[in-house]
Write a new protein. Structure first.
Length: 637
């Protein structure tokens, strides 16, 4: 089918028991012929995001910190579509973030870099322009960038830029529209009374730390050579939004860690509905006494909103200098697991969530192309890179972020298990287009699973904005609550397992693409996955059977595309009604295939209604059963 099919439905499928995760490096999916000898080697920054608006996760990676390459996911098992952008405008890239800023469905790419002659330091925005990305400066020169994120700092529905600066105060750039940004420190006052205390800004995390519907910000601080743990240059900071503005929380609710933090990660590790924190610190040896004794801290949030150090109680004991921390449900059992990568690229730690507040370290979860356990991981970005409902990882493997990383990157695909999943893509007309800053709460026997949608986090990386939940052996979840940054709330009831859909702000119903639909119904692919195939030989194609609810895979299904026979004036009409998402200007097209195999709109087609929320059309019929097998309904932007 030439157009994207966007439908509203609620399938019902079952999932079964848990199994340990296994993420195996694959070859042949990513090919960059411009990089000889076809070994792509990123340093630190890497992004997994939907770059082209098709709902599938893609990859933005930067070879040797300088050469940008974009890899677009196509169909499962097939090579990614490759686009080589070439040298970035900034020097040595330290961070990358992706978000959709305009209406072209493409994700804009934010890159911040340090000086690497002949290119200067700065922050650039890469905007899609009819076949390629065009670079615009947000800040040219006079910056030592670290972590950089997109976030709506002024709650106007447009994403602004919030950037760490290693030698001065944080930088805030207001989105003026049309791809234009202007530095505006008043968006969030982060300057300390003594400007000498401002440096040492490494990583930013946007999170609703107090569950009040407003996005707060946690800053990881680190300044090498500062041995005094009371120095503000190495004390992490929390900026909380109370709905009327931002203010720094003195003591950070227990998160004022002073142990030289490179980045942090927030997620609900105990499914009690509030966010917990992982803080990645850098231990130093005897010659560098300014560091802590442990590389990572686990902080659990209590009922009063404060945080307490639960590192030991959680069973986390890591002694290497971490570079990234990632909380993801890698085995889809309903509990967030923890992956910590290594600054030196020599090791890593995968800790499985035991579901009781503790983690167990597991070896051999990440495997190289030969099936051997992987040793070092330097940096990582995650998403569903084969669209099967399990979290995959794109890994870099350098040593201390050297300009020429020692080992090529790896695409590690999760081999999955029998556990179910629910994957949600947000589309926000009142909020920003990707729903950045939204909070999703999935209720079930596990408690409350929480996901937040971000655009940039950790130490210069970007994970997928698609929210992925594991549901174990459950057949679904009783409800999914989406809290948008605009303040609106959407609630979906009885969400089935093994479903992947979009939710448009203000429309509490899932919207499915055809690719997600057939993946859910026919997970093994094969001939049954084609929309026009008729494996049961009943003269109704798969697509139509799914519309009608006659597919045995979903016997009690309900579709918001309704097909019916309507009598009017003695004439029988075949009527098609399509529920529309007003967030996008979706135009339904209803075609029929003639005997010569060509598709065209029936000249007798009569449009009954064409409103923002509903499209209805009908045709007079005398042999609807034969027409029905040749029906094609597309809803294209």
């Amino acid at each position: 089918m030439p157009s994207t099919l966007r439908l509203l439905l609620l399938p019902t499928l079952a999932s079964v028991a848990s199994a340990a995760p296994s993420l195996v490096a694959v070859e042949g999916r990513l090919v960059a012929p411009e990089i000889a000898p076809s070994e792509f080697r990123s340093g630190l920054p890497v992004a997994v995001a939907d770059l082209n608006g098709d709902g599938r996760d893609d990859i933005a990676r930067i070879h040797f910190f300088q050469q940008l390459s974009l890899e677009f996911q196509t169909t499962p098992g097939a090579p990614f579509e490759h686009h080589f952008h070439g040298p970035i405008a900034t020097g040595r890239a330290w961070s990358v973030a992706v978000a959709q800023l305009d209406d072209d469905a493409r994700g804009e790419i934010l890159v911040a870099g340090n000086v690497l002659s002949p290119r200067p330091a700065g922050i650039e925005l890469l905007d899609w322009d009819g076949g390629t990305y065009v670079s615009f400066w947000i800040r040219n020169g006079d910056i030592v960038p670290q972590g950089t994120i997109f976030s709506d700092l002024d709650d106007d529905g447009d994403l602004d830029v919030f950037a760490c600066h290693d030698t001065a105060d944080l930088l805030k750039f207001e989105n003026l529209g049309g791809g234009s940004f202007a530095e505006n420190p008043t968006l969030l006052d982060t300057a300390l009374p003594n400007s000498a205390d401002d440096p040492g800004n490494y990583g930013l995390t946007a999170t609703d730390i107090d569950r009040d519907g407003d996005v707060d910000y946690y800053l990881s601080k680190c300044l090498g050579g500062v041995g005094d743990p009371s120095s503000p240059t190495r004390i992490n900071r929390l900026f909380r939004n109370d709905g009327s503005g931002f203010g720094e929380v003195i003591g950070g609710l227990g998160l004022a860690d002073a142990n030289q933090s490179w980045c942090s990660e927030f997620g609900d590790i105990d499914n009690d509905g509030d966010m917990d924190a992982i803080v990645v610190n850098h231990p130093y040896d005897a010659a560098h006494p300014s560091g802590p004794s442990g590389a990572i801290r686990v902080y659990r949030q209590g009922v009063s909103g404060g945080f307490s150090d639960a590192t030991s109680a959680a069973g986390v004991d890591l002694d290497f200098a971490g570079s990234q921390a990632v909380l993801r449900d890698f085995d889809n059992d309903g509990w967030l697991d923890l992956l910590v990568s290594d600054f030196d690229g020599a090791t890593h730690a995968y800790l499985e969530n035991d579901g009781d507040g503790t983690f167990s370290r597991r070896e051999g979860v990440f495997l190289d192309t030969s099936g051997s356990p992987l040793a070092g991981i330097t940096s990582v970005a995650t998403g569903d890179l084969d669209h099967d409902g399990f979290t995959d990882a794109y890994l870099t493997r350098g040593i201390r972020f050297q300009p020429s990383p020692s080992l090529p990157d790896l695409l590690c695909l999760n081999q999955g298990n029998a556990n179910g999943f629910i994957r949600v893509r947000l589309r926000g007309p009142a909020t920003n287009r990707n729903g950045i800053g939204a909070r999703l709460e999935l209720q079930g026997p596990w408690g409350t699973q929480v996901r937040e949608v971000r655009a940039g986090e950790g130490y210069g990386i970007c994970h997928s904005a698609n929210a992925l939940f594991g549901v174990g052996s459950e057949t679904g979840a009783p409800s999914l609550v989406i809290r948008w940054p605009s303040g609106s709330v959407d609630t979906l009831g009885e969400v089935p397992a093994r479903s992947s859909f979009s939710v448009y702000e203000g429309i509490a119903a899932p919207s499915y693409t055809h690719a997600d639909w057939t993946t859910a119904y026919f997970p093994d692919g094969g001939p049954d996955s084609g929309p026009e195939d008729d494996p049961d030989k009943d003269q109704l194609a798969n697509l139509v059977e799914q519309f009608l609810g006659s597919d045995p895979a979903r016997p009690n299904g309900h579709a918001a595309i309704q097909l019916a026979l309507v009598e009017d004036g003695g004439t029988t009409h075949f009527q098609i009604e399509v529920a529309r998402a007003p967030a996008e200007d979706l135009v339904p097209a209803i075609d029929f295939r003639s005997s010569d195999g060509s598709w065209s709109e029936d000249p007798q087609l009569e449009v009954v209604e064409n409103s923002l929320t509903r499209y209805a059309a009908r045709i007079p019929v005398d042999g609807v059963d034969t027409r029905l097998a040749r029906l094609r309904i597309t809803v294209a932007p």
